[in-house]
Design a protein around this ligand. Structure first.
Ligand code: UN1
Length: 497
């Protein structure tokens, strides 16, 4: 069967790119499997999408927020019905195992139910006025057209974090999904369309960052940008957006650590590290890529970790017995290989994995052995730079204070964790770890959608996604004063003295 052709969604119509060019979306577990043909768009397509969004925005902003929320609520129900279908398609286009793609769709469902409720909240403030017979309040207003650029590792969850709060707040959207995983954005938007979202309120333009993403960031008709991806690209996105005074939310890299203290429940910590480091094949910005282990537990913990990691089953995520899927593409495997080499040169001890898998059953996919380095020094590159692959570095350390220092001493600050039974140390860690998220006795991954999500330092630029964080980003304050005294009252002047 020839692969299906997917077109851009602009103003409610499915349209081919003006470029006339397309590209293939391939299954990373088996590149003979073509998921679909997608448009290779450029600035001219973005221009049309932004015009359509601007037009739709003028009507959408006037739809009462509870009605907007109801559409999102229906989309949540539709996604629940289609969860298995969309999860399977996501495993085919992204590679992660079915359990996780079901979780990814579930994250979109959770976000939808939460944001549907925001249709009846979007709390503002009413405050007393300093003058008699005058009313004062602050309300949330939409921003206008929001541009969104999303990554491939959470192909439906992350688009949902951006689209759904933007929509319930009354914005129109232009989204460019990652070129490796566009289909899940189509599926999310299909659920919204089937739920009754009016044409043009969400527009999809597919393609590559420099060709189809950059024009969204640069476009004068786009009022806000939300980007999730690398810090390298995020820096450029932020600079370009700033030049046009656009609101801009950046979610970028991580170098997240789990601290394991001597008093920790080591069985629990082991399960946590395995899940945190090798879930999603290590391709999460929240992935555990460092484990800082106190010296009393270090030897036992590393030995047990190496044993467990070398037994992880790698393969096609559609096979329910597989624990670790492929990496997304050839470049990601090359990056992992590069860091394994660097780790070796730096003097870290490679105790598990370290190679791309090349047995016949792996020959059509981008598979890499789950990899453990031990005896890692915190200053090594493998302990400082984001790898985004199935590699974890185990760092020995002397005591709690040293562990916090090592955890903090990286350019990023997204997620963090500590395993201990000492409540005092747990609370000090919550206070002293410099990161947007801290887990106690749980791994660095698995944030829930209703709390703010994001990080410090090179991870972000101060905004948060999820829950209230998202409502804050997708609205702007308007302060309103209603004077019902029927006379001129002058604030700060008519003080009644
Ligand atoms: C990401 O890796 O970009 O907290 C997002 C988690 C998931 C989201 C990860 N809920 O691990």
């Amino acid at each position: 069967m020839p692969a299906k052709i997917y077109k851009n969604l602009i103003g409610g119509e499915w349209v081919e790119s003006r470029t006339g060019q397309t590209y293939e979306n391939l299954n990373p577990a088996d590149t003979r499997d073509v998921i679909g043909i997608f448009q290779r768009s450029d600035k001219s397509d973005v221009d049309e999408a932004v015009s359509a969004a601007r037009k739709a925005y003028e009507k959408w902003r006037l739809v009462p927020a509870p009605r907007r929320g109801e559409i999102i609520y229906r989309a949540a129900q539709i996604l629940e019905e289609r969860k298995e279908e969309y999860a399977r398609l996501m495993t085919r286009e992204m590679g992660k195992v079915l359990k996780e793609t079901r979780g990814d769709v579930q994250e979109a469902i959770d976000t939808a139910y939460y944001m549907a409720g925001e249709g009846r909240r979007q709390f503002g403030a009413t405050v007393p006025s300093e003058l008699p017979n005058k009313f004062a309040m602050a309300i949330r207003m939409p921003l206008g057209v929001c541009g969104m650029i999303t990554p491939w590792n959470f192909p439906m969850a992350i688009p949902s974090w951006k689209l759904l709060p933007a929509l319930v707040c009354g914005n129109a959207c232009v989204i460019k999904p990652a070129e490796d995983t566009p289909l899940s954005t189509y599926n999310l938007v299909q659920a919204l369309t089937d739920a009754g979202l009016p044409s043009g309120v969400v527009n999809i333009v597919t393609g590559f960052g420099p060709e189809a993403g950059a024009p969204i960031v640069e476009h004068q008709g786009v009022n806000a940008i939300s980007f999730t991806g690398s810090s390298e690209v995020g820096r450029i996105v932020g600079e370009v957006a700033a030049r046009n005074f656009k609101s801009c939310s950046l979610e970028m890299g991580g170098k997240n650590a789990i601290i394991v203290l001597d008093d920790a429940n080591l069985d629990l910590a082991l399960d946590g590290v395995l899940w945190g480091a090798f879930g999603t094949t290590g391709q999460r910005c929240t992935a555990t890529s460092r484990v800082i282990v106190q010296k009393g537990a270090y030897r036992q913990f590393s030995d047990r970790l190496v044993y467990r990691v070398s037994r992880l089953k790698v393969g096609n995520g559609l096979d329910e017995t597989v624990e670790v899927g492929p990496q997304i593409n050839e470049q990601q495997v090359a990056t992992t290989e590069k860091y394994v080499q660097i780790g070796g040169h730096e003097g870290a001890k490679l105790e598990a994995g370290g190679k791309a898998l090349n047995k016949p059953e792996y020959s059509y996919g981008w598979f890499f052995e789950p990899t453990v380095f031990t005896e890692v020094d915190p200053r090594m590159k493998i302990a400082q730079e984001e790898i985004f692959g199935p590699v974890v570095s185990v760092i020995p350390c002397d005591n709690f204070e040293k562990a916090i220092e090592i955890s903090n001493n990286v350019p990023y600050g997204l997620s963090s964790a500590i395993y201990t039974r000492d409540v005092n140390r747990a609370f000090r860690a919550m206070r002293d770890i410099n990161a947007g998220i801290t887990y106690i006795n749980a791994p660095t991954i698995g944030a829930e959608v209703h709390l703010p999500f994001g990080g410090t330092k090179a991870t972000g630029n101060g905004h948060r996604e999820g829950g209230l964080g998202a409502i804050d980003f997708y609205t702007q304050w308007k302060s309103i004063y209603v004077d019902y005294s029927d006379k001129l009252q002058r604030a700060q002047i008519d003080t009644g003295e």
